[in-house]
Design a protein around this ligand. Structure first.
Ligand code: PMP
Length: 378
């Protein structure tokens, strides 16, 4: 099977990821931060090292401002649910994943907040003017998806954060598709919080994610429980990261994330260039085929995600045919109905090919041939 579903999770992972995970299970074993014996201390050191590496990469002031979660979804939920109060208004883009839209819409349905989706320009980009027009005295948060997991279009977050700062509105960036691939940090983006998965561009294992907290950002915790610290107190500790990390940590996952992130961050610029090259080749090849619409407007900056809709075939059927021919792609709405609505593809969905570091030009060409063949059989 040739894997073109890296926007869902990157695969395969560099070999040291599995080695690091097996090492913690086979050799360390103890529960980090819970005891003074060497097996617990050793696990704690692995977690601390990962926090330090990610804090440096994503611009957190201190390692404690890197909060481990089960994925980008949990990181987004923690930031959204933990920051908002009754009566708040929230701004977001049309490109948000359901990991953002569903918590927002749930709070809206409960009468707690109002949600305003910012109108994009013809390239699919949010503009400073759209923000200026939407802001009210009640605006308490703006959530922006750094790059769409459907079109790959990258939002000009650094520019938009300047406008938000003028109004004193905190910015939460969903960097699910960009962390480990594009330059992403609190400083570069002008963000107050960044939610990211460990298992996509950072090349870590499933079930890992991070919320990076900027200065002064102290959302209410989603989950409370044992932290191995201040156990005499019945109330949740205030100190970071314990305020947010209750229960036994995902040591094998975090060890794998440390190994994957070290690799990805070291090679980030090469990875960015390589994935741009592969996806441009794919996009160009698809655009030249008749009877196919490639999503995402020409002229907008994009990353390695290419979605397309065949004119005379259901995208799901095309993905099934490609799977039978040995290619792993994803069809449907990619958990992002709002952007499909904007693109006019809510009913059909699309077929998505997303490239990763282990894909090759030859594999892209073989995929193009297989798409052409599948369309030609119609
Ligand atoms: N946001 C975006 C833009 C995504 O693409 C995804 C993953 N599909 C998520 C959030 C959720 O990430 P996770 O699967 O790590 O919870």
């Amino acid at each position: 099977m040739i894997y073109f579903d890296n926007a869902a999770t990157s695969f395969p992972k560099p070999p040291m990821v599995a080695r690091a995970m097996a090492g913690t299970l086979n050799k360390i074993g103890g529960n980090p931060g819970r005891a003074g014996h060497s097996l617990s201390l050793c696990g704690g050191r692995v977690i601390q090292r990962c926090r330090e590496v990610l804090a440096e990469a994503f611009g957190a002031k201190a390692p404690e401002q890197v909060i481990f979660t089960s994925g980008c979804t949990e990181a987004l939920n923690l930031a959204i649910r933990g920051m908002l109060h009754q009566g708040d208004q929230v701004l977001c883009s049309h490109g948000e994943h359901n990991a953002v839209m569903r918590p927002l819409k749930e709070l809206e349905a409960a009468g707690q907040i109002t949600v305003r989706v910012l109108k994009p320009n013809s390239l699919g980009l949010v503009t400073p003017e759209a923000i200026e027009e939407a802001v009210t005295p009640k605006t308490a948060l703006c959530v922006l998806c750094h790059a769409s997991n459907v079109t790959g279009v990258v939002q000009p977050v650094a520019k938009l954060s300047g406008t938000l700062k003028k109004f004193g509105i905190p910015l939460l960036v969903d960097a699910a598709q960009t962390a480990g691939v594009l330059p992403v940090s609190l400083g570069e983006l002008g963000a107050d919080m960044i939610a990211l998965p460990g298992h996509k561009g950072l090349l870590g294992p499933h079930g890992t994610g991070v919320l990076v907290l900027g200065e002064g950002m102290l959302p209410r915790p989603l989950i409370m429980g044992g932290t191995g610290s201040m156990s005499e107190r019945m109330r949740q500790p205030e100190a970071l990261p314990d305020r947010y990390e209750s229960g036994t940590p995902n040591l094998p996952g975090i060890a794998g994330l440390l190994a994957g992130a070290r690799f990805a961050l070291h090679h980030r610029a090469e990875i960015e260039a390589y994935e741009q090259e592969l996806s441009a080749r794919l996009r160009y090849g698809l655009e030249r085929m008749r009877g196919i619409r490639v999503l995402g407007h020409p002229g907008a900056e994009k990353l390695g995600v290419v979605s397309f809709v065949p004119a005379f075939m259901d995208p799901g059927e095309l993905a099934d045919q490609l799977a039978a021919a040995g290619f792993a792609l994803r069809s449907g709405l990619h958990c992002a109905p709002s952007i499909h609505q904007w693109l006019g593809t809510l009913h059909s969905g699309a077929c998505r090919a997303s490239v990763g570091i282990y894909n090759t030009e030859e594999e892209v060409d073989r995929l193009l041939e297989a798409v052409d063949r599948a369309l030609g059989q119609r």
